[in-house]
Ligand binder design. Structure first.
Ligand code: SF4
Length: 183
């Protein structure tokens, strides 16, 4: 049987998996790579001097409990208040957005990084065009769910057959793989 290398898994792939596992499978095959490759260990970025200011484009990496490499790139963070921000255009995939941000909070936790007062980081989804914001936190149960998603994505990466196409054809109109799936 042909074996496949397990790529590092990023936040966008988590979102794809929730929206459409087939999209995640195609992305895992390198048909559309995430822009989250060259990462720097967070410890090198978040030194003592970093606290008390905002930092942009934080790159994270960690290992999931199953040993899968994880990567992520955060839009910006206020290290003083312990809030990670992720900016999105629309809310059509808001559940996927929430999990993407929870994934980044998890990466911080796996790196042992907490806010200045020792509490875990929280997340904020920013929808500037809609003038909306949403708080996102990470519970212990959600950490377990994230670990399960990573294992499922690992399985997906090993699979030589793609999952079924989405039945919600309307959603596919906004997907870069539409022609590949329906052309
Ligand atoms: S076109 Fe539809 S079925 Fe195909 S990957 Fe995109 S969302 Fe999934």
């Amino acid at each position: 049987m042909k074996t496949h290398t397990i790529p590092r898994i990023g936040g966008m792939l988590i979102g794809y998996y929730l929206i459409c596992p087939r999209k995640a499978w195609l992305s895992l095959r390198g048909l559309w790579m995430e822009q989250e490759s060259d990462t720097v260990a967070i410890g090198r970025q978040l030194d003592e001097q970093s606290y008390g200011r905002e930092v942009k484009h934080i790159e994270l990496e960690a290992l999931a409990p199953c040993g899968t490499g994880l990567v992520g790139k955060i839009d910006w963070a206020n290290l003083k208040t312990g809030v990670l921000h992720e900016t999105k255009k629309g809310r059509s995939c808001e559940e996927a957005h929430r999990w993407q941000l929870r994934f980044y909070l998890w990466l911080l936790k796996l790196n042992g990084v907490c806010s200045k007062d020792g509490s875990p980081f929280n997340g904020m989804l920013d929808y500037p065009t809609l003038r909306r914001r949403e708080h996102v936190s990470l519970s212990t149960e959600e950490e377990v769910q994230l670990a399960a998603m990573i294992r499922a994505l690992r399985q997906l990466a090993m699979s030589s057959e793609p999952p079924e196409r989405l039945s919600r054809r309307s959603f596919c109109k906004t997907c870069a793989f539409e022609e590949l799936c329906y052309g």
